[in-house]
Design a protein around this ligand. Structure first.
Ligand code: ADP
Length: 445
């Protein structure tokens, strides 16, 4: 019996990097996603309208022209390379741009066009002749606020009369001053201080209030309260907009407190399937043997691009080192890297500068690298208690149905325990596999 790196035994040796990775906050993940994404994620689902304000316009738009945007903004939108509204934008934009303004709660995965939508709404609603704040946008972190600010600047490129200011820690203003900028974007604490304690902003003049990344927001102590306190200072007719990538119960409760009489829309993420994936396993006796097996098939896997998943940072670092020593050019994506560094690694991989990317699961969660056709589970995905993590397995190797390219998954098994885990994963997915033959397990080495 050989313990593998995913076992409890490994943890007692002080190798608790998986735990460290787990603690990595949602905000960093979200930022990483924003930094590496340069287009929409594909989604063939329909937007669901879960609740509707009876006054809400019930139509969707297929073009930006239909929205009767200010020419400067239409120019900005096309300047960003957008041809038509994204799925969520088709429904969200008419609601957000309606007169009188409609409140909205919208949920869809990251990369579906939420930010672009509310930025367009904010820019449409401000009056540049009025030199005071009219839109507030709160984000969970300084870095996320800056990312949204960049989108405002891009989209508002041809509308320079509209000015933007960041309400973030460290941006110190003179006491008693009044802001002249029409849009204020920042974190909840500073935004609240600017509205109440310092009175840089007159909250009664705010027309649009945006709360972005609600799920990330509530993960931070205090942000929920601060956001609610800001919201209470705003006038009744202020438009309230809330966005979230996920929607657990806690997010929902929070959303209801922030947004009165909302329209609620949701876009389900594209279903992932294992149907087009060939899945194999390799039986080994140790980490070293797994490495050897990997070297044996290396030539085959690097015909395309491959991602190799390890359970801990330590294993990932070790494996990348060993592969390099063998003369293979690999990239390592690791939790201890700064978000900027991680974004750079992923971009190089995307561009094909490296053919193999070694990473831990937490680090690569939510990253879609579409051209990857080989996925290697150097360690099988398990949760904190060592049970099979089916969802992660599916997410690592699954493809979205319609656009699904064929793929290959290789699972490395190095103990009785990991074989059991693989069996349980297999059982789990066989139940859902109507064809019954999607699973093509085979001993390879
Ligand atoms: P989200 O806020 O849901 O994560 P974003 O608004 O950041 O999504 O959009 C994701 C990516 O898609 C960005 O690179 C953005 O510039 C781009 N994008 C947004 N809307 C459109 C559109 N209508 N057409 C083309 N690209 C778009």
């Amino acid at each position: 019996y050989v313990t593998d790196s995913t076992s409890a035994a490994a943890k007692t040796e002080g190798d608790n990097n998986a735990d460290d990775d787990d603690k990595e906050d949602k905000a960093a993940q979200s930022l990483l996603n924003k930094m590496i994404r340069n287009n929409l994620v594909s989604n063939t689902n329909q937007v669901e309208v879960l609740q509707r304000d009876p006054n809400s316009p019930l139509y969707s738009v297929k073009s930006f022209e239909e929205l009767r945007l200010k020419p400067q903004l239409l120019h900005g939108v096309y300047g960003m390379g957008f041809n038509r509204p994204s799925k969520i934008q088709e429904t969200a934009l008419p609601m957000m741009l309606a007169e009188p303004p409609q409140n909205l709660i919208a949920q869809s995965q990251s990369g579906t066009g939420k930010t672009a939508a509310f930025v367009l709404a904010m820019l449409s609603h401000v009056d540049p002749n009025n030199k005071y704040p009219q839109c507030l946008c709160v984000s969970p972190t300084y870095e996320l606020a800056l990312q949204t600010g960049k989108v405002i600047e891009q989209m508002g490129k041809h509308y320079p009369e509209v000015k933007l200011v960041y309400a973030i820690r460290g941006n110190k203003l003179q006491r008693g001053m009044k802001l002249q900028e029409q849009i204020v974007i920042g974190t909840p604490g500073t935004m609240l201080d600017w509205c109440s304690k310092f009175k840089f902003i007159d909250p009664k003049k705010i027309k649009v209030f945006v709360l972005d990344e609600a799920d990330v927001m509530i993960a931070t102590q205090g942000h929920q309260d601060q956001s609610i306190r800001i919201q209470r200072m705003l006038p009744k007719n202020c438009q309230m907009l809330l966005f979230s990538a996920t929607f657990e119960e806690s997010v929902w409760n929070f959303a209801q407190r922030i947004v009165p009489d909302p329209n609620i829309i949701k876009l389900k993420r594209e279903e992932e399937t294992l149907d087009t994936i060939k899945q194999y396993y390799v039986l080994c006796n140790s980490k070293e043997e797994k490495f050897q097996a990997l070297c044996n098939i290396y030539g085959a896997i690097t015909i395309a691009q491959a991602m190799i998943f390890c359970h801990t940072r330590k294993t990932a670092g070790w494996l990348a080192g060993e592969l390099s020593r063998e003369g293979h050019q690999v990239a390592l994506l690791s939790g201890e890297m700064q978000v900027e560094q991680r974004a750079a690694v992923i971009e190089r991989f995307r561009d094909g500068k490296e053919k193999v990317l070694v990473t831990t699961n937490v680090c690569a969660r939510g990253i879609d690298v579409e051209q990857v056709s080989v996925v290697i589970n150097f360690d099988l995905p398990v949760d904190k208690d060592g049970n099979p993590d089916n969802e992660t397995y599916l997410h690592r190797i699954g493809r979205t149905g319609r656009f699904g390219k064929r793929g290959l998954a290789i699972n490395m098994v190095d103990s009785k325990m990991s074989m059991q885990i693989l069996n349980r994963i297999q059982e789990h997915f066989s139940k859902f596999n109507r064809n019954g033959d999607g699973w093509d397990s085979r001993v390879y080495a």
